[in-house]
Ligand binder design. Structure first.
Ligand code: AHR
Length: 616
């Protein structure tokens, strides 16, 4: 490998190159990143008609003591369904009777931690209830609080709020609302959140920490197919996901087949981006779902929706939608600079017409916003204007993923820039739930993107998260359950590319007959902490053999060889994966680089991704 590190031979890599893509898939948000513990908090999962689907709520106590039914008499206009509980027993069971919610495969309650429970209630006669977290097995109480309301207070809907502190832990807990008194109670919008969410903004801290570790330049959200819907009536609508949480209707995501209360809505996506220091990239529905489409002649309301969404994100607090954002606690505009028109919709009947309607309106109203088309321009130029084009790739074969590094080698440089917003090796044979083999092939692909970063300006892996209890798509970058999380090897590959954003790309030449197995690139990057500049060489080897590599670096002298390191991502077998029992089986291992210099002979292990860093 010959690297030219002489002054003047570098090319800046865009600061935006590596980011992340969050989609509400695999319970990534509901039951994941969004720390809400209650599942179906408004009993709305069946839609707006009654009887509604109250799943996974169940009766707590003897079934014969309680009758539950849904009614359309909530105090909230946009989510009318409420639960009526007829308590039939007098001096009921000493543990009380009522309802319970298991959250998303059990709530994680931790000793010493505080939880805020909020709910809305009405009752005939005084209200006397106990709110508690209990172990799912055995019912032991982990935290509880008594709630009282006089008959006058609860003759109309009233909000109750209480903080529960856990005296013991269980990762498989339930929330119960119980009473021992005969009567009629109506309940609605029951929420339970840990008090210590990330920055107090409602996100699960351990999962956000894993995002921050990647130093993502941008956050594309909220989908993916999630924004399209199997049918348009079930597509994500940003306006239904903003404003006070208790007033949001929620919706059934019919592509990934689960209900979301939309606690993690448009506002929260923008907030998350800000909290992790990433630029938001908002993808909205282009009037097209998987099975139906809006004709371009009547697309205007969808276009207005997108304009309103941009105003919500960046409009002044005095504007109609900007004022809603301000009322939610964010008077300053968010840093929204990119929008994606639809997802994987290019080629569908109305896409081009619809796209142009969105494009023209947005360009006119917000000339600075960068607009992303769904149409791939890597080989054939676009027939419509765009600032960026979206490129997705999900090969089933390691070799294919690896050689995709060259997809952009010949793309003309005079058109819109490329946004590789979804890439991953998939398939049971080589990718499974996230193998080393797959991740190293992705490293080879990313070396190709870095090499072509005069054209490819943004890239993100997909999907980002999977709740192990609802694996709709595999592999994913971060695997979690109620109380654990780990990165797959693909996560760690992204981690090893995080210094590339804004670095200098150096000319290098790999002389080998094995270009289909080995790829390399070199950059100069600056450590923001100590401001030191490092020469970094990255090598991906998907071959099953060691590679003896001679590295020659022109125009570079390492100042302090003891500060030179080698970081390797590898394992015994290419098909190895991380797991809850071995979450760190495959993580980057750093050691001091022996004999660093302008001429080095190194041995690159089979199926590995290796990074050399040398202080300049
Ligand atoms: O990343 C999973 C899915 O793959 C996305 O929702 C979609 O855009 C693509 O088909």
């Amino acid at each position: 490998l010959v690297v030219d590190a002489s002054d003047g031979f570098g090319r800046p890599i865009p600061k935006t190159l590596f980011g992340i893509f969050f989609e509400e898939i695999n319970h990534a948000g509901a039951g994941g990143l969004w720390a809400e513990l209650v599942n179906n908090r408004g009993f709305e999962a069946g839609g707006t008609q009654v009887p509604s689907n109250i799943d996974p709520w169940t009766i707590f106590g003897p079934e014969s003591s309680v009758l539950v039914q849904t009614e359309l008499n909530s105090c909230f206009e946009r989510n009318k369904v409420a639960l009526r509980i007829d308590v039939l027993c007098d001096n009921c069971h000493p543990n009380g009777v009522g309802i319970s919610n298991p959250g998303f495969w059990g709530m994680n309650i931790v000793k010493g931690k505080k939880y805020k429970v909020v709910f809305f209630a009405r009752s005939i006669g005084a209200l006397n209830m106990m709110v508690a977290f209990r172990k799912a097995q055995g019912g032991e109480i982990l935290a509880s609080s008594n709630i009282k309301g006089s008959a006058i207070e609860v003759s109309e809907w009233k909000m109750f709020e209480t903080i529960l502190e856990a005296s013991a832990s269980s990762s498989n807990s339930i929330l119960t609302l119980t009473t021992t008194q005969k009567g009629k109670i109506w309940l609605d919008q029951i929420s339970a959140m840990p008090v210590d969410t990330f920055k107090g903004h409602g996100f699960r801290s351990d999962l956000v920490d894993m995002l921050i570790q990647l130093k993502p330049a941008f956050l594309r959200f909220p989908g993916g197919c999630f924004i399209e819907g199997q049918s348009l009536r079930n597509a994500f609508r940003w306006k239904d996901s903003v404003g006070p949480w208790e007033q949001r209707p929620g919706h059934f995501g019919d592509v990934w087949n689960y209900w979301t209360d939309d606690g993690l809505g448009f506002f929260e996506g923008l907030q998350l981006a800000e909290d992790i220091g990433a630029m938001p990239v908002w993808v909205f529905n282009s009037g097209i779902s998987h099975t139906d489409e809006i004709d371009t002649r009547v697309i205007a309301p969808f276009v207005q929706d997108a304009l309103d969404g941009i105003e919500f994100a960046i409009g002044p607090p005095t504007s109609r939608w900007g004022s809603l954002r301000a009322s939610m606690g964010h008077p300053q505009p968010f840093d929204l600079r990119y929008v994606g028109v639809g997802n994987e919709d290019c080629g569908k009947l109305n896409y081009l017409g619809n796209y142009l309607a969105f494009y023209n309106a947005i360009r006119h109203a917000y000339p600075a916003i960068q607009i992303i088309s769904n149409c791939d321009a890597s080989a054939i130029p676009l027939n419509h204007p765009a600032d960026l084009y979206d490129y997705h790739t999900y090969p089933l074969d390691v070799q294919q993923m690896f050689s995709n590094a060259h997809v952009f080698d010949k793309t003309p440089r005079n058109g819109p820039k490329a946004f590789v917003s979804e890439y991953a090796l998939i398939g049971d044979r080589q990718a499974r739930n996230g193998t080393l083999f797959g991740a190293v092939s992705e490293a080879g692909f990313l070396i190709g993107l870095e090499t072509n970063s005069d054209h490819v300006v943004m890239a993100s892996y997909a999907p980002l998260f999977v709740n192990a209890n609802d694996r709709k798509w595999s592999p994913d970058a971060i695997v979690f359950n109620t109380n654990q999380a780990y990165g797959t090897p693909s996560y760690w590959v992204q981690y090893m590319f995080k210094e590339s954003n804004g670095a200098q790309f150096l000319k290098s030449q790999l002389q080998t007959t094995n270009h289909n197995l080995v790829a390399a690139s070199a950059i100069l990057w600056q450590n923001p902490q100590n401001k030191n500049t490092y020469l970094r060489i990255k090598i991906a080897n998907i071959g099953h053999k060691h590679v003896n590599l001679k590295i020659s670096i022109k125009g570079f002298k390492s100042k302090n060889p003891t500060e030179s390191t080698m970081t390797i991502l590898t394992s015994k077998h290419g098909m190895d994966e991380n797991s809850f029992s071995h979450p760190k089986k495959i993580i980057p291992q750093q050691s001091q680089l022996q004999n660093p210099g302008n001429e080095m002979n190194v041995i690159i292990p089979p199926i590995s991704f290796t990074v050399f860093d040398m202080l300049r």
